[in-house]
Ligand binder design. Structure first.
Ligand SMILES: *Cc1c(COP(=O)(O)O)cnc(C)c1O
Length: 368
């Protein structure tokens, strides 16, 4: 049987992609805001319902630039239940991450635990829309306004997500998205900053190109984070099919939920109320009650060439490079020890889903 990984990249047809990149052999304009790049920015502004989309070479550098554009200092309140990129982008900007716990319902930042962490050094809140689950954006904005803080969202998982009908990029000062090959929408490697603040757009355009503000001037200490034309071409091709891909993902998630939701000891991911989800991941929590633990399930699946992943374990505050930073986050720690993210991609078949679920239901113990 073919290997089933936790994610698999969507691809347009070979012919379609080749057609898209063909003009590059005439123009020889391969990067630096080429025409495909600019076309993709426009299409994404439309699709994502936000005034400004600033493309970058990947999600991480988009987040790095997003944080940099806000001129922050001191401490930033964030969560450790995420991919390490979130914490790295904060620290790479010379800021100190202060770890806030997550709530046990949707695993986003626990808004009741933010204010106690605010000091006179706090300059921002970095929330993560983890698994495409939307942070409590209303409460976060209320806290930020009260304490004069900026709000940044790591929306790497939240492509196309809407809250109360409002596209996700409209919340906070800036939102980052990742267009990595394994995400719902991809440009091979890629990412973007989303903002409704037109003045930030200009800064972000400078930051992605070394901080140059013209041919003879440099105002910012910028990096090189430009998206090239081959990446933009992949994005333009993929964007045409995105609604269908998300619909397929939704049906697969429902199949998983029907299979697994009545098992005592297993808790399945559920869409939040008021949220139009994108079905990027299907995490489950495995409790001791279930009788076999997470590693035994991983082993049983692996014997069948199926590769589930512990997203997110360990939490970023447990990594060697972050052990000295403050924060006690018992809920994040507990969830990270129980979570298992099952394979999910648009072309996963119902038969494959059933097979995965049957292996989980057999409760095979590794040492039996
Ligand atoms: C994928 C991801 C990133 C990084 O995006 P890249 O495009 O891989 O650089 C950041 N944060 C989270 C939560 C992610 O899942």
């Amino acid at each position: 049987m073919d290997k089933i990984n936790v994610t698999r990249s969507s691809m347009p047809s070979y012919e379609e992609y080749i057609e898209k990149i063909k003009p590059l052999w005439d123009t020889r304009w391969l990067t630096n805001c080429g025409s495909l790049h600019n076309e993709l920015e426009k299409e994404l502004e439309e699709y994502l319902g936000v005034n400004n989309v600033i493309l970058c070479n990947n999600g991480h550098m988009s987040l790095y630039n997003a944080i940099k554009s806000l001129n922050l200092t001191g401490e930033v309140i964030t969560t450790p239940f995420t991919f390490v990129s979130t914490t790295n982008a904060i620290v790479q900007n010379g800021l100190t991450p202060v770890f806030c716990d997550i709530n046990p319902v949707d695993y986003t930042i626990d808004v009741d635990k933010i204010e106690i962490l605010i000091t006179d050094k706090t300059s921002a809140i970095v929330g993560v829309h983890v698994y495409g689950n939307v942070c409590d954006v209303e409460k976060i904005q209320e806290i930020a306004d009260k304490h004069n803080l900026k709000v940044i969202y790591d929306g790497a998982h939240a492509f196309g997500v809407k809250y109360k009908g409002i596209p996700i990029g409209n919340f906070g000062d800036v939102t980052m998205m990742s267009f990595h090959a394994t995400k719902v929408f991809h440009t091979i490697e890629g990412g973007a900053v989303l903002t409704n603040d037109a003045s930030l757009r200009q800064v972000l355009e400078y930051l992605r190109n070394f901080g140059l503000v013209g041919t003879d001037e440099c105002d910012y200490v910028g990096m090189n984070t430009k998206m090239n034309e081959f990446q933009a071409a992949m994005g333009l091709c993929n964007l045409k099919y995105i609604d269908g891909e998300i619909e397929k993902r939704k049906n697969i998630v429902m199949r998983y939920q029907n299979n697994l939701s009545n098992l005592p000891g297993i808790e399945c991911w559920k869409a939040q109320p008021d949220v139009e989800a994108n079905y990027i991941y299907f995490p489950i929590l495995i409790d001791e009650k279930y009788g076999v633990d997470r590693n035994q399930i991983i082993d049983a699946l692996q014997k069948n060439n199926i590769f589930a992943r512990k997203y997110f374990f360990p939490i970023t505050s447990e990594f060697n490079c972050y052990k000295d930073y403050s924060g006690t986050t018992p809920i994040a720690l507990m969830i990270s020890k129980k979570v298992l993210t099952l394979p999910l991609y648009a072309d996963l078949t119902f038969d494959e889903v059933d097979k995965i679920c049957n292996i989980i239901k057999k409760r095979v113990k590794t040492n039996d």
